[in-house]
Design a protein around this ligand. Structure first.
Ligand code: BGC
Length: 758
């Protein structure tokens, strides 16, 4: 078994949608769900970052664009449909090292004809507008006429499986016969974004063309190209399918002209060249990002799966898009961007590929206008980033959804989950700590800090009797409890982010006073405001318990019914206890890490004793009903020495999608959990931390059966390689740097190995 490969060896059509997610190929620009061409069962997806539309959907959503994957084989007049065939051999392998999806099926059709089809597919990282497939088709027990049908399908809708929400987001505005090849041009309804998909198929047999006849047709909203060929028993032919995609978001050029020109060039350069260049880019990505875990194949394969998909989902080419909760892997959460990006995924990019991290932060800068509008529309000042964000920073959280029993419920998160503002500030500060990118802070970061603080200033409520500032009627990370007062996570991070804003404003003032002056001028911030911000941050109320140890998640939480979790399912996930007469929100059951999340993000603010006590208290009450939760419990578990559970949570996080342990992988990747998995490995097992003073440190603990764990991180322009073995730790850096290992400061000279006994 290769620890770079995700393999599926058995076919079950009921799992098609799940594997479409697992086998998605993406490059940050585009995601093609891993549909199997030869089955009609599934929920295909061609999602292009930044292409959003509302039209008659409930809210703005990512558009499932026209599908260019269509590829049918007919033996005489019999369609090769795997669901109607006997399957003698089935294999799909995602080679994560290469970023290529390989398949092989050997089938016999209803009429008894046998055929072997080997295929590969890639969505290029070398040129994000290109994708391609290669098919090797061998007739087993017959010689005869075969038709190959190439299709671009413009009938695609969003929410195809859900008739109440189904929506079509584009119309076909052009069908093109490229003679050979074809293209389908569409246009979204609201914003008139044009999208083009162009494809061309080429055959190869005995070094020549094997297609004898071509017919192009426009059938409704589809363009179709059919080729006739004649196959001889045991004599395979190879077919290449080339594809290019462009939208009016990414070019001013005429789309049909750019897509067909690129397609022509692509064909000329050939599949193999693109594949090699694509693999080279992946090699570089892995060079930056891979985590090697020797001695634990389960963990090794699992972590690579998460890193692979996280890397696939973002790139540095477009600073007006971000990474959605389901990435480019499915329509779940409508392609919206949540705190998942800044809190869960961004650290991975900050420490491995900071150019991508910057781009993701720029998305927030570029959507500030919408965030300001959100604040204004809800009666506040400054910038209020939306809980769910699409293309313009306006709030797009749906107002209605369904509860666990399928009953309609009002969704309050868009109204009340304010902590997103501080999560973004937290991410900016973390980016700066790790990269030292002053330019970013001066040009963009500070503006976000100032304007989100202005929001908090208008949002907090002064309680005169207690002489404190409160933030009431909110939802914290734990979404089981709505309309709560003084959620500690929200209040603490608001306090922290106001403090950071004041520090950064002071710092920018010394760097270049005119920058601060211009911003104050632009945003309407006076000297009194700075004073008031300082007052607010000092006096924001943080509930604790009476003994000052266990932090009360929000005011009144300790008075709720304390119902113990007794049973766990086969994945080790808590099962619902009997709530008796109580509604969920009336209990102390928690959806996901909340106080625990705070203790990870602001660990330097809490003593070890407090962290341990709170971990134990909340661990016993957390249902992990969000995939964001297990990785965080793994990190804190390692901090407090609960290593057994920490490892279990780590594996749970790694296998969120591969084992479908949230039961909804078919809707898309659990992208936050992929980032959480990286954090769990690096912040958890390697114990990487940045101190209050800004120093980098590690404090590794690795399980008995791990012989070694190795990874690279970027730290202020230096690439540091850290290898943790049982007896020693080895550190190498390409620049002179220093790092604290188990409390001892180590100087690392450029390109020298330092060995530190454990
Ligand atoms: C979680 C949120 C998360 C969202 C998107 C919800 O179930 O509670 O924290 O942001 O999913 O992943």
């Amino acid at each position: 078994m290769s620890l770079w490969n995700i393999e599926l060896n058995e076919y079950n059509k009921y799992d098609n949608e799940k594997y479409e997610t697992i086998f998605t190929l993406a490059n940050g620009y585009k995601g093609l769900r891993g549909a199997l061409e030869f089955s009609k069962v599934g929920n295909k997806g061609n999602l292009i970052a930044g292409v959003f539309d509302k039209s008659y959907a409930q809210v703005t959503e990512i558009v499932n664009c026209q599908d260019p994957l269509g590829f049918n084989i007919y033996i005489e007049d019999e369609l090769v449909d795997i669901d109607e065939c006997n399957i003698h051999k089935f294999n799909r392998t995602l080679n994560m090292k290469e970023g290529v999806l390989y398949s092989e099926i050997y089938i016999s059709t209803k009429s008894g004809k046998t055929m072997n089809i080997k295929s590969e597919r890639l969505v290029s990282r070398n040129n994000v507008h290109r994708w391609a497939s290669r098919y090797e088709i061998s007739p087993g027990n017959f010689s005869g006429k075969v038709f190959i049908e190439n299709i671009i399908d413009g009938t695609v809708t969003n929410s195809t499986k859900d008739p109440m929400s189904r929506a079509k987001h584009f119309q076909v505005v052009g069908s093109y016969d490229l003679e050979p090849g074809m293209a389908l041009l569409t246009k979204t309804f609201d914003k008139n974004i044009q999208i083009i998909e162009a494809t061309r198929i080429i055959s190869e047999k005995d070094n020549g063309n094997a297609f004898k006849f071509r017919k192009y047709s426009e059938i409704g909203e589809k363009v179709v190209e059919v080729y006739e060929t004649f196959l001889k028993k045991d004599n395979p032919i190879t077919i290449y399918k080339y594809g290019t995609s462009y939208t009016s978001r990414d070019t001013q050029e005429n789309l049909i002209s750019i897509a067909s020109k690129d397609l022509q060039l692509f064909v000329k350069e050939g599949y193999l060249k693109e594949k090699q260049d694509h693999i080279k880019v992946w090699e570089n990505i892995w060079e930056d990002t891979d985590i090697k875990i020797v001695g634990d194949d389960l963990a090794q394969l699992g972590i690579r799966f998460n890193l692979y998909h996280l890397s696939s989902s973002a790139y540095e080419g477009d600073d007006k898009v971000s990474l959605a909760a389901k990435a480019l892997h499915g329509e779940g959460y409508k392609g919206h961007v949540f705190w998942d990006t800044e809190t869960f995924m961004l650290p991975y990019f900050i420490y491995t590929r900071p150019q991508v991290a910057k781009c993701l932060l720029m998305y927030r800068y570029n959507t500030l206008k919408g965030a300001r509008k959100n604040a204004e529309l809800t009666g506040y000042k400054g910038a209020r980033f939306p809980w769910e964000s699409a293309d313009d920073g306006m709030e797009v959280t749906p107002k209605w959804g369904f509860d666990y029993d399928g009953n309609p419920v009002r969704i309050w998160t868009g109204d009340e989950e304010y902590h997103i503002n501080s999560d973004i500030v937290f991410a900016i500060v973390e980016y700066y700590r790790a990269t030292g990118d002053k330019d970013f802070i001066i040009k963009y970061g500070l503006e976000i800090l100032l304007d989100t603080t202005k929001f908090w200033q208008s949002r907090v409520e002064y309680n005169k009797e207690e002489d404190r500032y409160e933030i009431n009627c909110v939802i914290g990370p734990d979404e089981f409890h709505e309309h709560v007062n003084n959620n500690v996570f929200t209040n603490y991070l608001a306090k922290w982010s106001i403090k950071k804003t004041l520090e950064f404003a002071e710092w920018v003032k010394t760097e270049d006073e005119s920058v601060l002056k211009t911003l104050c001028n632009k945003l309407g911030i006076t000297e009194e405001d700075f004073h008031e911000w300082n007052e607010i941050q000092k006096k924001i109320y943080i509930p604790t318990s009476q003994n000052g140890i266990i932090i009360e998640q929000f005011q009144g939480y300790f008075n709720l019914a304390d119902i113990p979790i007794i049973q766990h399912d086969e994945n080790g996930m808590p099962m619902w206890p009997n709530l008796g007469e109580y509604k969920l929100g009336e209990t102390q059951l928690v959806k996901q890490a909340d106080v625990v999340q705070l203790m990870i993000m602001l660990s330097e603010e809490f003593s070890q004793e407090i962290i341990k006590a709170n971990y134990e208290y909340y661990e016993a009450r957390t249902m992990h009903k969000s995939s964001l939760s297990p990785s965080m419990y793994s990190i804190l578990g390692l901090t407090v020495g609960d290593t057994h559970n920490a490892y279990k949570y780590f594996i749970k996080a790694l296998y969120t999608d591969l084992r479908d342990n949230q039961g909804n992988t078919d809707f898309g990747l659990h992208a936050a959990s992929t980032g959480g998995s990286w954090q769990s490995a690096i912040f958890g097992f390697a114990g990487l931390k940045v101190s209050k003073e800004g120093d980098l440190s590690i404090k590794p603990w690795i399980p008995e059966h791990w012989r070694c764990m190795e990874f690279n991180i970027n730290w202020r322009d230096a690439r540091i390689n850290i290898r943790i073995e049982k007896e020693n730790i080895f550190i190498k850096s390409d620049k002179h740097t220093s790092i604290t290992v188990y409390e001892k400061k180590i100087n690392v000279l450029a390109n020298n190995f330092v060995k530190i006994p454990r």
